[in-house]
Ligand binder design. Structure first.
Ligand SMILES: Nc1ncnc2c1ncn2[C@@H]1O[C@H](COP(=O)(O)OP(=O)(O)OP(=O)(O)O)[C@@H](O)[C@H]1O
Ligand code: SF4
Length: 269
């Protein structure tokens, strides 16, 4: 396969970053992709978390294999209408417990191939989920998408992580590499009771918003820690469709709207 240019038919590229592992980066990427799809967009979700690809399981696609056509790898579609396509290193593993321990150059070549050689066709949004931190893999992602004028990065944090330097490092990484920051999302913000759906703030409130103000980046909103969301992700079920009335769904929707507003602002600037 020669050098492909599949990203040129993607209208908007959004990268999801987090300083620490386990803060819900893949969860935010998945729910954002589903919410954008529900609004009538054609969406692609690219999981470049080479060390721990979790997206196939979250979307109940873990047994799928990917195939190549003359234009590149064909993504796995969540729906038969083909409105949400997914590509993950997880599809190339024989077993979900296979560890991928590739060294730098091989990883970077794989990321480059992932970014260039997936045959997305026309997409409104491509959401790229990355590994935690700021590593060589992130640089590979940035270098390979720069020419396509990405909309920017969504930084994900949790109330416990706001006081650490991780998010600041992410913001500095974006600045240094010239990737605009779309904004900051505070995930696992408060706990939704599975019995009465009341949301309790386990940690003090407002840390994410204050940090966004300090970093001078937009605050995109909070998503609560919701056991029904955890269970849906575990079972590979679509939480947004299963719990249309839930406060967490409303929160995901608000974050999605805030992201779209920022993306739109950039387009009209
Ligand atoms: N808002 C939430 N409500 C309920 N469960 C959540 C929420 N966000 C994340 N989780 C759960 O927390 C766990 C970690 O989430 P996730 O895999 O999205 O984190 P990550 O930051 O992508 O981790 P990694 O370090 O593997 O990249 C998962 O089991 C997920 O289901
Ligand atoms: S939030 Fe309400 S239902 Fe849930 S544990 Fe507390 S009192 Fe009980």
């Amino acid at each position: 396969m020669g050098e492909s240019d599949n990203l040129s038919s993607v209208k908007h590229i959004i990268v999801i970053l987090s300083g620490k592992g386990g803060v819900g980066k893949s969860t935010v990427a998945t729910q954002l992709a589903l919410a954008l799809r529900n609004e009538g967009n054609k969406v692609g979700l690219l999981d470049v978390d080479i060390c721990g690809p979790s997206i196939p399981k979250m979307l109940n696609l873990q047994d799928k294999e990917v195939f190549q056509c003359s234009d590149g790898w064909v993504p796995v579609f969540v729906d038969k209408e083909q409105t949400l396509g997914v590509m993950s290193i997880g599809f190339l593993l024989h077993s979900s417990s296979d560890a991928i321990v590739w060294r730098g150059p091989k990883k970077n070549a794989m990321i480059k191939q992932f970014l260039r050689d997936v045959y997305w066709r026309q997409l409104d949004y491509l959401i790229i989920d990355t590994p935690p931190g700021t590593s060589d893999e992130h640089l590979s992602v940035v270098e390979n998408i720069r020419q396509y004028n990405p909309d920017g990065a969504v930084l994900v944090t949790t109330p416990q992580a706001v006081s650490t330097g991780d998010v600041r490092r992410e913001a500095t990484f974006c600045k240094k590499t010239g990737i605009p920051v779309i904004g900051l999302v505070e995930n696992m913000s408060g706990f939704v009771c599975p019995h009465c759906s009341e949301c309790s703030n386990v940690f003090s409130k407002g840390g994410g918003e204050a940090l966004a103000a300090q970093l001078d980046v937009p605050f995109l909103g909070c998503i609560p820690l919701d056991p029904q969301l955890t269970q849906s992700l575990e079972d590979g079920k679509n939480f947004l469709d299963l719990f249309p009335e839930s406060a967490t769904r409303t929160a995901v929707q608000k974050v999605t709207t805030a992201i779209l507003e920022q993306v739109q602002k950039k387009v009209t600037e």
